[in-house]
Design a protein around this ligand. Structure first.
Ligand code: LCS
Length: 399
């Protein structure tokens, strides 16, 4: 494969393993915990990193290596790696990047468990944590401290779809804190829509459970960035600190899911735009948040940094009480009440009591996460069927 091949070619071919004499099309699953050494000396050399080769699956495995290489190519990174969950990726990267006495500056709208890890976890070990609204660059500037070592944000944010200007934050961070790392959780956008590293970020993180796998049957996480940092995350963060190792079978499923990433995300975006427009026109809907709508306050920034569409998530609020809102979600037939996102099936959830129940009511308000917000992960079904389901249940509420 040519180095400058297109996205679709890379998502299918990068990291292909050559196995002489067999040549399977799909990569076999290396379901093994350990790898034999030919001699004692060879084992010692591998541990000393003087000879390349596999040692033990917590340190590396061909299926895991392959998807790391694929993500690196898609994100325009030098190197990539995989972990056993998105939270495994967040914790592995941050345990590697931070130490006691450092300051983590993060956006205030984060996936609920990332929020919990930052505010209840890292703070127990002497890391200072400040959350501010990263869509206001002046607030970020004011919160910087001499010991700020990591700038961390999602964009679009979970669940309220704030758009953060990656280039502006990276520029500010690197000008004021040359040692600091800008880490972007790119789960909602995927590299098909947005490449944070091209815009100045240092590291990208993914919950690969979502679009990268795309089929709702795996929990996994990934990260990509400079080769030396990813090696440190592998040989220290993952090996010694979190042990959040992905299984070879799960890595194989991610590899398989990645082969169709672009066509799936394209359809998610098309369907989400149709659903957002439908909701915007419905009298029972008070407010729709979707970065692709002109009404989104940062539609211009989204257009600038998201290449091929605005993602598959739509967040909205009804002209209804909390009980009526629950009645609405309970009556849906095609849309399934479930957390997670990025799957073929359309999923709907209530962030305040589900994915973001780790937030206090005050922190929810501070972060602009409304208690009545509903979040839809628009699936790959026919948009007309998703809309018909929503329409029927919204109209039932009117009566
Ligand atoms: N980052 C983001 C932006 C996420 O949305 C999630 C999970 C994670 C990291 C953690 O990934 P995991 O460990 O679950 O693979 N978000 C979820 C959500 O919104 N619903 O269920 C899980």
């Amino acid at each position: 494969m040519e180095k400058n091949s297109g996205f679709a070619t890379q998502q299918i071919h990068v990291g292909k393993l050559e196995i002489p004499g067999i040549a399977p099309l799909a990569t076999p699953i290396f379901q093994t915990s350990t790898f034999e050494f030919a001699t004692t000396e060879q084992g010692a050399k591998r541990f000393a990193l003087e000879e390349p080769g596999y040692i033990y699956t917590r340190l590396g495995n061909p299926n895991i290596t392959k998807i790391g290489q694929k993500l690196a190519a898609l994100e325009h990174a030098e190197a990539g790696m995989a972990m056993s969950s998105g939270m495994g990726a967040v914790t592995t990267v941050l345990w590697t990047a931070l130490k006691a006495g450092d300051h983590l500056l993060a956006d205030d709208a984060l996936y609920g468990c990332t929020f919990s890890f930052f505010t209840h976890g890292l703070t127990r070990y002497g890391v200072e944590v400040t959350l501010v609204d990263f869509s206001d660059i002046e607030k970020v500037r004011e919160a910087i401290r001499p010991n700020t070592k990591v700038f961390y944000f999602e964009t679009p944010t979970n669940p309220n779809l704030k758009i953060i200007d990656i280039e502006a934050v990276a520029k500010l961070a690197h000008e004021t804190c040359p040692e600091a790392k800008v880490i972007v959780d790119n789960t909602f956008a995927t590299p098909y829509l947005q490449r944070p590293l091209d815009l100045g970020a240092d590291v990208v993180i993914h919950s690969a459970t979502k679009y990268l796998n795309g089929h709702g049957d795996v929990i996994a996480g990934m990260a990509a960035g400079k080769a030396d940092f990813i090696q440190e995350c592998t040989l220290f963060g993952l090996k010694d600190m979190t042990g959040a190792v992905l299984g070879p079978f799960e890595a194989y499923l991610i590899d398989r899911g990645l082969k169709t990433l672009d066509i799936r995300v394209k359809k998610h975006c098309e369907n989400a735009m149709k659903v957002a427009k439908f909701l915007e026109g419905h009298p029972m809907v008070k407010r729709v948040i979707y970065p692709g709508l002109e009404s989104h306050p940062r539609h211009d920034v989204a257009k600038k940094q998201m290449r091929n569409g605005f993602g598959g998530i739509v967040t909205f609020e009804l002209n209804a009480t909390r009980e009526e809102s629950a009645e609405f979600t309970n009556s849906l037939k095609l849309c399934t009440i479930a957390v997670s996102l990025g799957d073929a099936e359309t999923l709907i959830e209530h962030p305040a009591t589900m994915t973001h129940s780790t937030y206090t009511p005050e922190a929810l308000e501070e972060a602009g996460i409304g208690v009545s917000m509903l979040r839809i992960s628009v699936g790959l079904e026919d948009a007309e069927d998703i809309i018909a389901d929503l329409d029927t249940c919204l109209n039932a509420l009117k009566k």
